[in-house]
Design a protein around this ligand. Structure first.
Ligand code: TRP
Length: 448
């Protein structure tokens, strides 16, 4: 009674879904501020090098394992090799990936809820409802629970519809909208006074700022941005059709992710400097504001100072953030939901609502006990667990995967594969260099 496993309907469908996963708050919020504080184009350069030398190979490890095993991360890693030790390790690593994906979603939904609340606030202001608008813009536990809850409901709703009718359909609608909003906002912001000063800070390299901490933050940024380590890309890879070439498809997703991050920099940094022109304080302790203050104080102050147009611009901006977060959160929820549907008798609908509910309980806990929990969960998941899991996944692709099967998988949908550089370099690279390099950066980050 094996059910037919769902697949993306086309390569474009996969690219939009995977790019939807990759493009998120990490791109629009994290990347621009990391760049501005990390020496502008010098950071961008390091980021590009790391994205292609470490993140892309790790992405390929997930995509090949996923498509080869056609399963969630636990079943996939466990099934790569018949050796009992490898099976057990696969099970443990996979389960840890599921846990980390779920924990990331816990805090991510909360942040997405802030965006959705601000979207509602600027929408209300646009409609002239000033009092609700003010309440919605003010940080508070009831507001956060309400909007994180709404956001979680939408996320679970999309995932419950399945790969084609939920994930692919919504990614295909939302990703073009996101790019259109982003481009329109950039066009508007660049006409504001002061914006060009922002462009210089963003784009002129300051090589004096390069340091090992900078390299580490660029690596973390790259792994977070490409959704690596926790089985998101693995499970999306498991829905790619046999006829699509993996190396090329993975490269497109990487390029789109980097491209959107770069574009977001053209919006955020000039917007901050346009705000400074109007008297908004954009530096804190000599660094450009980067945390929640940037999104919820600096930018809103800018929108406020824009006059009647401000509410419209704010609405577009928070819609952009909410959309970016939604296509990412559905990819995170898919990780545990795929496990639940493939290893228990639950159907997709029940699994999506049940797992979504459990994760929302985690989100609510973080919302209520914000100070002790939020930073700790972010650090534990993104700084410690993601790189370690990234190493493990490269080792699985490099060592547990039978070499012939691995090569077959790369060749599927890619008949000329043997002649490519990828074919010659990647299998060895992912075996030795990638894990070693990630480990080196990681050890430096933690111990030095
Ligand atoms: N990549 C997304 C962003 O940039 C977030 C994301 C989605 C993610 N799935 C993930 C991060 C899995 C880590 C792991 O915002």
């Amino acid at each position: 009674m094996l059910k037919q496993r769902e697949q993306f309907t086309s390569r474009l469908g996969f690219v939009l879904a995977a790019a939807g996963s990759a493009v998120g708050l990490g791109n629009i919020w994290g990347f621009p501020t990391n760049t501005a504080n990390g020496g502008g184009a010098a950071f961008v350069l390091i980021y590009l090098v790391l994205a292609f030398t470490l993140a892309y190979p790790a992405l390929m490890a997930e995509l090949t394992i996923g498509r080869h095993t056609r399963a969630n991360i636990v079943t996939a890693l466990q099934g790569l090799s018949p050796r009992p030790g490898v099976r057990l390790t696969g099970r443990l690593v996979g389960s840890y990936g599921i846990l980390v994906a779920s924990l990331i979603l816990c805090f991510y939904s909360l942040v997405a809820g802030w965006m959705a609340a601000n979207l509602a606030s600027s929408g209300a202001a646009l409609a002239g409802l000033d009092r609700p608008a003010a309440w919605l813009a003010r940080d508070g536990v009831p507001r956060n629970l309400l909007f994180a809850g709404l956001f979680s409901l939408i996320t679970a709703g999309v995932v419950s519809e399945g790969v084609k009718h939920g994930i692919e359909r919504w990614s295909s609608r939302l990703m073009p909208t996101l790019v259109a909003l982003l481009v329109a906002l950039i066009g508007y912001v660049l006409t504001r006074d002061g914006a060009i000063a922002g462009l210089t800070v963003y784009l002129l390299p300051d090589f004096a700022r390069i340091s090992s901490t900078l390299v580490i933050s660029a690596l973390g940024q790259a792994f977070f941005s490409l959704s690596l380590g926790v089985g998101t890309m693995l499970v999306y890879g498991s829905y790619i059709r046999e006829g699509d070439s993996l190396p090329a498809t993975g490269a497109i997703v990487t390029l789109v992710d980097i491209g959107v991050a770069f574009l977001a920099g053209l919006l955020i940094i000039p917007a901050m400097f346009a705000g400074r022109e109007l008297g908004v304080e954009i530096y804190a302790n000599g660094q450009l504001q980067a945390g929640p203050d940037l999104i919820f104080r600096v930018l809103p102050a800018l929108f406020d100072s824009m006059g009647p147009l401000g509410n419209g611009v704010a609405t577009a901006f928070f819609a952009l953030m909410t959309i970016a977060a939604l296509t990412s959160s559905i990819s995170m929820l898919e990780v545990p939901v795929a496990l639940a549907t493939e290893t228990t008798s639950l159907n997709r609908k029940t699994a999506a609502w049940l797992v979504g509910g459990i994760i929302f309980a985690g989100t609510a806990t973080i919302a209520v006990f914000f100070d002790p929990l939020f930073g700790a969960v972010v650090t534990l998941t993104t700084e410690f667990s993601q790189p370690l899991l990234g190493i493990a996944l490269c080792l699985f692709a490099g060592w547990a995967f039978n070499r012939n099967a691995l090569l077959e998988e790369i060749r599927a949908g890619n008949p000329g594969a043997q002649k490519t550089l990828f074919w010659k370099v990647w299998p060895t690279y992912v075996r030795y260099f990638c894990p070693l390099l990630i480990a080196t950066v990681f050890v430096q980050a933690i111990f030095l």
